[in-house]
Design a binder for this molecule. Structure first.
Ligand code: TMP
Length: 215
């Protein structure tokens, strides 16, 4: 577990993006170096994989292997070096998304995802995961009309229900790492809870030396 690695999760349309900016501002205003990145993506290779992932039909297994290939490169090139020099890393989605979308949404199951996660980043997980929770109908209303929906955003409601249920099950299993934020609440109220969790983490991280993989 890394004390300075924060991830942002939720079904499509749950509203994580503006909160990532708020966390970045909170940390930079205190003089910390902050890296904002995303998955799939975060490297030139990862962004190319993202374009394939979002635009081509493929099996659930291929989806999983592609996101983990992008993830491995992202960790090696971006995340682990940043943590090693003491920076904070804010990541828009990480392995919890694979548990939720491929394990839950695509029904591959958590054990399938866990096996690959154990190969790709053994023993590595976020210090804090902010899970923005919203019922799929409300989330869908927020994204339609915004832009053309991608392959995953256009999945049927029951897919997004399974993704949401898998996220909530992860949060139930790891309540100290995963904070569930109700995105139906006013944005400012959600923001206050987000910042409160981050300030707690800053307090907890003070005095910890970074220990990261470098492979
Ligand atoms: P984004 O729109 O939040 O950037 O995420 C891109 C899409 O990729 C989103 O629909 C969720 C999906 N996704 C997966 O299905 N599995 C994963 O492991 C990750 C990281 C994202």
């Amino acid at each position: 577990m890394q004390t300075k690695f924060i991830t942002f999760e939720g079904i499509d349309g749950a509203g994580k993006s503006s909160h990532i900016e708020a966390v970045r501002d909170c940390l930079t205003s205190r003089g910390f170096e902050v890296i904002c990145t995303r998955e799939p993506g975060g490297t030139a290779l990862g962004e190319s994989i993202r374009a394939l992932f979002l635009n081509y039909e493929m099996s659930p297994e291929t989806e999983t292997l592609l996101v983990f290939a992008a993830r491995r490169e992202h960790l090696r090139q971006v995340v682990w070096p940043a943590l090693a020099r003491g920076a904070w890393v804010l990541c828009d989605r990480f392995t919890d998304a694979t548990y939720a979308y491929q394990g839950g949404g695509r029904a591959l199951g958590g054990a399938y995802v866990a096996k690959i996660a154990e190969i790709v980043h053994p023993g590595f997980s976020p210090a804090l995961t902010l899970l923005f929770d919203l019922p799929p109908d409300a989330a869908h209303d927020r994204i339609v009309g915004r832009e053309a929906l991608d392959r995953i955003e256009s999945e049927a409601k029951d897919f997004h229900e399974r993704v949401r249920a898998a996220y909530l099950a992860l949060a139930e299993a790891e309540p100290s790492r995963i904070a569930v934020l109700d995105s139906r609440e006013p944005k400012d109220a959600v923001r206050a809870q987000v910042i409160e969790r981050v300030l707690r983490l800053i307090g907890a991280s003070a005095g910890f030396a970074p220990t990261v993989q470098s492979r």
